[in-house]
Design a protein around this ligand. Structure first.
Ligand code: C2E
Ligand code: MG
Ligand code: MG
Length: 565
């Protein structure tokens, strides 16, 4: 993977130079001169040199090469290096007493010459340094080394550097650590970008101190996401996180919390990218757990991958044998004295014959990743509309349902026709179907989404923006997309502990929504305090355990019948 020559500082701070000369006295003299500035290895003939060059290609900074040698001479070594992409990147300085050979050497890729007999050490060292600098600059320019805000390594550079580090220190046991800030987007949204930047700088300054203490490698690779590659046993992670969260004392009001996924004793047989993916995976396991801040990668997470593969393989059979069924969670209008059941959200359930009940929080993301969700969703919509048709026909009950639409579903050309056909077949109207599209979808490909949403709305469908507040959107985004309803998830807001901020946030959303003429639904509402507050700020429709959990069809129909009476 690494075929260019990256500037690398070993822990000794010295670059590695190979000295090739068949005469021992020359090798020793050069080694003596060079050793103050560089690490050295030596070879006494061309083929020995090539072996070493091939083996150490990734962290060899320079070759000092004698021309006249038995077996394989210097010319032949240069020719072989030039042919090999990986080796042609390594600079060569030729050691010679024969000026007439210079042109040939230059043609073969030599960068400079040092004349024998060796004279002034300073001249030799300076030539070596210049040559190395020149080569490193060239490759460094190709990859941006540092990230602008924090001055830490970029992701690409970090991966290369860490990879390099491993080659240099195969004996070290290394941990891959991933850090990010809980609900960073809310900090940006509530306190402004400058505060957001200040938080990031604060975290990076902590990591720089850690780097000084432990010699670890640090990168900010995206928004609020950081990587640390650190020798195992250098720190105690619980202490680091404790310390870190104390370090954020000055941002007390912003409730900054750092979350951390760690892949300990990372397996060097895996690529550096894969190892950090595992650290990220570990941290995702505690994403919505507000009491845990550190998660370790373990084999069970690997088993998760096996589990995921199994679910993927079995989806068709599961659809065919009706292992998927529906729950309905009522939405209540709370404007009047008594709450009124006005609609319901359709939520899928999976009862697996061997694995038991599997939560949608588990299988939906798996199916979303590979596009299979489309097959499941089309099936769910069909079953949901059949149910609604049946209630209307047999019981005279008419109630709008909302179904969840995944981002991937929006790319399907068949989407609109399919929905219209199923509505017609069941004698239902378009306004009786609400489509919930999760907020994060709007981030991925806003343009495509806006187009499909507009099309759906012009066909008469109502669009709800689901999980508002959970993603990385900003309130501004609302001006660009036209939706009918915002679903604000109370569970995201609970995470900001100070009540004032929560209330301000909700009021702000209510104001903007009112200004734009959008309805707001609160979901995940679990207690009376929340209900009262929501009513007081004009949020009229509420969904959540406080009123009802998602219900099986029979229970839901019974509830509808009772209300009808
Ligand atoms: P969602 O669309 O935001 O659905 C609301 C989730 O919150 C449901 O979880 C519901 O059971 C839960 N919930 C409702 N009220 C409360 C409450 O007061 N407290 C708490 N703690 N939770 C509450 P569920 O059923 O596990 O579904 C999770 C997610 O899976 C859904 O989030 C939705 O994004 C997705 N999903 C569910 N069914 C489908 C489907 O048929 N198709 C697609 N594409 N996604 C679905
Ligand atoms: Mg939903
Ligand atoms: Mg939701």
């Amino acid at each position: 993977m690494l075929n260019s020559h990256v500037k690398f500082h070993s822990t000794s701070g010295k670059r590695l130079v190979l000295i090739v000369d068949d005469e021992q006295i020359n090798r020793e003299m050069l080694r003596h001169i060079v050793e103050q500035e560089f690490s050295t290895i030596t070879a006494s003939n061309g083929s020995e040199a090539l072996d070493i060059i091939r083996e150490k290609a990734d962290f060899l900074s320079l070759v000092l090469l004698d021309l006249r040698m038995p077996e394989l001479d210097g010319f032949e070594v240069m020719r072989k290096m030039k042919e090999d992409d990986n080796l042609s990147q390594i600079p060569i300085i030729v050691l010679t007493s024969d000026e007439s050979a210079e042109v040939d050497c230059l043609k073969l890729g030599a960068s400079d010459f040092i004349t024998k007999p060796f004279s002034v050490p300073e001249v030799i060292l300076t030539r070596m340094q210049k040559t190395i600098e020149l080569y490193e600059d060239r490759t460094i320019i190709q990859s941006t080394e540092r990230e602008e805000l924090t001055g830490l390594f970029t992701k690409q550079y970090f991966y290369r550097y860490a990879d390099q580090f491993d080659k240099f220190h195969p004996e070290l046991v290394m941990d891959a650590v991933y850090l990010d800030i809980n609900h960073f987007h809310l900090i940006n949204e509530l306190h402004g970008r400058n505060t957001g930047d200040a938080v990031l700088l604060h975290l990076s300054s902590y990591l720089k101190t850690l780097r000084e203490k432990t010699n670890c490698i640090v990168s900010r690779f995206d928004a609020d996401k950081f990587f640390v590659y650190i020798e195992h046993g250098k720190v105690e992670y619980s202490k680091v996180i404790e310390d870190l969260n104390r370090h954020f004392e000055e941002f007390r009001d912003q409730h900054v919390r750092v979350r951390c996924g760690i892949y300990m004793r990372s397996d060097k047989a895996l690529s550096i990218e894969t190892r950090f993916d595992r650290a990220i995976q570990a941290s995702h396991a505690i994403k919505n757990n507000y009491s845990r801040f550190i998660a370790y990668y373990d084999a069970s997470l690997h088993e998760d991958t096996i589990y995921a593969d199994r679910l993927i393989n079995e989806i068709d059979e599961a659809i065919a044998t009706n292992q998927f069924y529906l729950n309905f969670q009522p939405k209540y209008n709370v404007q009047g004295e008594e709450p009124v059941l006005t609609s319901a959200e359709v939520l899928v359930r999976w009862e697996h014959p061997e694995l038991g009940r599997i939560s949608p929080g588990m299988f939906i993301p798996i199916f979303e990743k590979n596009g299979l969700i489309q097959r499941l969703d089309f099936h769910i919509w069909e079953v949901a509309l059949e149910a609604a048709g049946r209630w209307k026909r047999e019981l005279g009950l008419e109630i709008p349902l909302s179904v969840n639409i995944s981002r991937i579903d929006l790319y399907s050309n068949a989407l609109i026709d399919y929905l219209i056909e199923k509505l017609m077949r069941n004698n239902l109207k378009r306004e009786n179907l609400y489509l919930e599209i999760t907020e994060s979808a709007y981030m991925d490909d806003a343009e495509q989404l806006i187009e499909v949403v507009d099309q759906l709305r012009s066909e008469g469908f109502k669009i709800e923006m689901d999980d508002f507040g959970s993603g990385y959107s900003s309130l501004n985004m609302l001006a660009d997309v036209s939706v009918d309803v915002l679903k604000m998830d109370m569970r995201f807001i609970q995470n900001i502990k100070s009540n004032k901020k929560q209330e301000t946030m909700i009021k702000l959303v209510m104001d903007i929504a009112k200004y734009l003429g959008i309805h707001v639904i609160a979901e995940g509402v679990e207690d009376k305090v929340q209900v009262d507050f929501l009513k007081s700020v004009g949020c009229d429709i509420i969904q959540g355990y406080y009123f009802s959990k998602p219900l099986p069809e029979d229970d839901f129909v019974q509830l509808l019948m009772e209300q009808k009476k």
